[in-house]
Structure formats: C-alpha cells, structure tokens
Write a protein that binds this ligand. Structure first.
Ligand code: AMP
Length: 493
C-alpha cells in the first residue's frame, strides 16, 4: 500500500489505482421504522449507499423485543444472503431496522470494528451505527477507561455506546441525548432499540442525514439516493443538533445540543455523494456540473476533447465541455468489477496492473489535446497515474482541471486523509504539482469560485480541507498528530 504523495516523478513505481492506494471513503447509515419489510428495505438501501464504504456492512433488526444483527467484511452482496436476511426477520414482520456500510476512518479494519454495534445495558438492548468522526473521542475514551470502561473495538461509535450505557438509569432517549451533547465533531448516527429508531446529526450538520417517508413508515439515510432505491420520498434533512425519535406513537424531534451554524461538508458535493442524491435541496450532479462550467470559464484551454476521471468527475467534465464547447468524450474506461477484492499484484505486474482499473480509449485519445477533469487531488497519485496512462496512449497534450481548490488540510470529520504529510498540496505549489503529475497545465478552481458555483455562502459549508478553518475546535493532541510533516516535523505553510 502506497500512502505517501510522490515527491518527484521518478520516485519509484506509479501505484496501482486500486481501492487501497486511494484515500478512503467514509460510511453510510440507514434506518427504517414501521414497515414489515424493514430488513429487506435496509438491505436494498445499503446497496444504494455502497459507494460510501466497501469494507464492511451490517444490519440490526428488532424482533420479538430483542435485537438481532449481522455484520461482515466486504460488500453488501458478500455479507448478506437470503438465509441471513430471513434469519434477521426478513419474512417475519420485523418493522424496524438500521444498517451501515463502512470504510474505516477511525479504528482498524477488522470484523470487531464492523457496525452496527450492539450493546446490552441496564436500559435494555441498543444497536447503533455511525458515519463521521468525534474529534474528542480520545479524551472521552480516556475518561471512560479511567472510570472502568473496557473497550472491545477501536471505534468512536463504542465511545458513544459507553456514554449511553453509563446513563442507563435514564430513559434511553435522554441517555442518548445527554451522551451526544458531549460528542464533538461531525457525525450522523442511527440507533435501534426493541421499540424505537432514533437518528441524530452533529450540531454543525457536517455529515449529511435525511428523513424520508415510505407509506406509513419513516426512513433515514445518509443520502437521498437510498430513498429512490426503496421507493421512499424525501421529507427533509435533519437539522444540526437534532435527535429524531420514531416509535409507535409517531415521530418526535428534539435538540440534543444547541446547533451551531450549518456547515455541511462541501466534499460531499465534490466527491463523496452519489450524483443522484440531493444535499440541501441541490442535486449533486447539478452542483458538479456547475463546478465544471466555472472551471471552463476560469481556465479555458485550446483542446480537442474533454474527459473526466470516472465516475466522480464525469458530471464536472460534462459541465466543462458544455461551457467550453469542446466535445465530451469517454477517454477513460473504468473496470467496475475489480473493486475491493482486487489483489495488488507483485512489483513486476504493476505496469499491467495500472490498466486493470482504468484504461484509456486509445483510438480516441491518440494525437489529441485533452482536457482531463478530476474532482480533487489529494495525494497526487491518481493524477500522476492517469496523465501517464493518457500519454502512453498517444495523447498530444493533457491539461488537468480540478473542480475544487488545493486540498491542503486533513479532515477531522470522517474523511480518511489522516496526516497533512499525505496531502500533496500541503507542501507543494500547483506549479510543482503540475510537474510531478506530468500535465501540460494544471489549474484548480479557487475556493470562492467553488463556493459561488455550488451556490451558497462560505459559511454554509465546512471547507476546512481547503482553508484549514475547522468549524469545531480540534483538541491539541489530535491536531498535532495530523499536522506533522513527512518526517514528523511541523509543516508551517
Ligand atoms: P489522490 O490519488 O490521493 O490524489 O486521490 C484523488 C483521487 O481520488 C481523485 O480522483 C478523487 O476522485 C478521489 N478521491 C478524493 N477523495 C477521496 C476519498 N476520500 N476516498 C477515495 N477517493 C477519493
């Protein structure tokens, strides 16, 4: 696994563009209350959220006053089969369930860290699933351990479970509300008890979470594309600091912490979310197209064709093509069947391996001046690799256009870009990056242009990965670790 940015074009082999060599994604959560197909619906919804995490998947369902759950490593299709779903209550009138897909942002990669987590405490049984990161998880965990808590996983989610369990004398909703009021960071959570489903969003709404309706039932999902998949309709986004409780008496909304400003992670628009999801009422594909159009206005170039890095950059590339009048072409073909199970070949196979996941359409790119649109450069490995693929296929010029600004600061809220030393733009100028990735020209959208293109104000988003202004105070120990340079020295830029 190659985790560092390349420092020069001739430093070692180009890493294969498999899931391991790229920055990792986060997680997706789903919940349903009040439908006898709860397990099946959750299963389908997890397919819709699969892009948010491919490392593990799990479903918890409440049946006969108890919670059953199943989790496993791998894709949703690998973790569940008919028997498992039936055992969870697929055909037995289970009406409430929660589900999770995970790519680790905290904690190790193993089954113990798969979610939902289930606990049994004085208040009964509780399952919970989580997308995001608590910035004060370390502090909270230490305090809990000092008071005798024993942890079984390295998950932030278990910290929340312990906090709730410690307040076991209270009604479970109160225990959850009080526990969440201690949690700082970006998070979207779903909870299941034998009698209710609950959902909560962090006080700045950094991570997305939406409420939908399916007949008489209520559903909650990280992204609205899950609603389309199961035939539900979108009701509204959860408010920052909101805790929803859904049970036989209906749906109740409460505020577990006074909300701060809504600061939705702008990277959801840029890269994470599926193009058919809506965030804050704006369709993700439409937002990406606007970013691409703006990129074309700000950084035009004479070229023969525009192509995007599949899949996340196709929308922005089509926006660039539309605004520039240069035709969009499918210059790169992605093999969709490698995914997580792809095993990194030996060193001598690397040259072949680079073509396994992405292959340029040779006849199309040969002799052409190409505008290559990508949504972001994080460590620079992908751009370097794709530019070289296009050149090897005979491209005359490759002009790289990025539909976001230089990614300079680590995310503390659920995106796995661990240390600043891993971010190429943290210590290289765009001109140097242009040289490293081997492009004829490289242009990034500016922060203001990006925000204008998406159509809201700067204060409506968390843009901390671009400007370093975190909407939540980051504890010193965490920020020190994340801000160390490649050799452990602080990066000052
Ligand atoms: P890198 O190779 O590290 O520069 O990664 C940038 C590429 O990965 C771009 O093509 C993005 O579409 C994609 N990307 C950006 N952020 C992430 C992420 N958190 N997880 C996986 N891929 C990402």
């Amino acid at each position: 696994m190659i985790r560092r940015c390349p420092e020069s074009p001739d430093k070692g082999p180009i890493p294969i563009d498999n899931d391991v060599s790229r920055p990792r994604e986060q997680c997706g959560v789903f919940a349903v209350y009040g439908d006898p197909r709860a397990v099946e619906l959750t299963h389908y919804a997890l397919y819709a959220l699969q892009h948010r995490g491919q490392e593990s998947a799990g479903i918890a369902a409440s049946k006969d006053g108890a919670i059953r759950f199943h989790r496993g490593m791998g894709l949703v299709s690998e973790v569940f089969d008919r028997h498992i779903l039936e055992d969870l209550g697929g055909s037995a009138g289970v009406t409430a369930a929660i589900g999770h897909v995970r790519y680790s942002t905290t904690g190790d990669t193993n089954l113990a860290n798969a979610q939902p987590l289930k606990i049994r405490f004085i208040g009964g049984e509780l399952a919970l699933a989580h997308n995001g990161n608590l910035v004060n998880a370390g502090e909270l965990r230490r305090e809990l351990e000092e008071q005798g808590s024993i942890f079984q996983t390295t998950l932030d989610t278990e910290v929340i479970a312990h906090l709730v369990a410690r307040k076991g004398g209270l009604p479970v909703v109160e225990a959850i509300g009080q526990s969440l009021s201690l949690c700082e960071g970006g998070y979207a959570l779903v909870f299941l008890t034998p009698k209710a489903v609950m959902a909560a969003r962090d006080p700045n709404g950094i991570r997305p979470l939406s409420l939908g309706r399916l007949g008489e039932a209520w559903v909650v999902a990280s992204e609205t594309c899950a609603f389309d998949t199961i035939g539900a309709t979108f009701e509204r986004d959860l408010d920052p600091g909101e805790l929803l409780v859904i049970d036989d008496s209906g749906i109740k909304s409460m505020t577990f912490k006074r909300p701060g400003e809504l600061r939705l992670c702008i990277f959801e628009y840029i890269y994470f979310a599926r193009p058919d999801s809506d965030l804050r009422g704006l369709n993700v594909h439409a937002a990406r197209k606007r970013l691409g159009r703006r990129l074309a206005q700000d950084f035009p170039v004479d070229a023969d064709l525009v192509t995007g890095v599949p899949d996340s950059s196709i929308s922005a590339a089509s926006g660039y093509a539309e605004a520039s009048g240069i035709p969009y072409e499918m210059g790169l073909i992605k093999n969709r069947y490698i995914g997580r199970t792809f095993i990194q070949p030996k060193q001598e196979m690397r040259d072949l391996g680079v073509h396994l996941k992405l292959n340029p359409l040779r006849s199309l790119v040969r002799g052409k001046r190409i505008v290559l649109v990508d949504d972001s450069i994080v460590r620079g490995t992908t751009s370097r690799h794709i530019v070289s693929l296009l050149r090897d296929a005979g491209a005359k010029e490759v002009h790289l256009r990025i539909s976001s600004p230089p990614y300079r600061y680590p995310c503390h809220f659920g995106i796995d870009t661990r240390a600043r030393s891993e971010l190429i733009a943290a210590f290289k100028d765009p001109e140097e990056i242009e040289r490293i990735v081997g492009a004829d020209s490289l242009r990034y959208l500016s922060l203001d242009a990006m925000i204008e293109a998406v159509g809201c104000g700067r204060r409506d988003f968390c843009v901390s990965c671009f400007d370093g202004n975190y909407p939540v105070k980051i504890p010193e120990g965490v920020s020190k670790r994340m801000f160390e340079g490649p050799s452990g020295s602080p990066i000052t830029r």
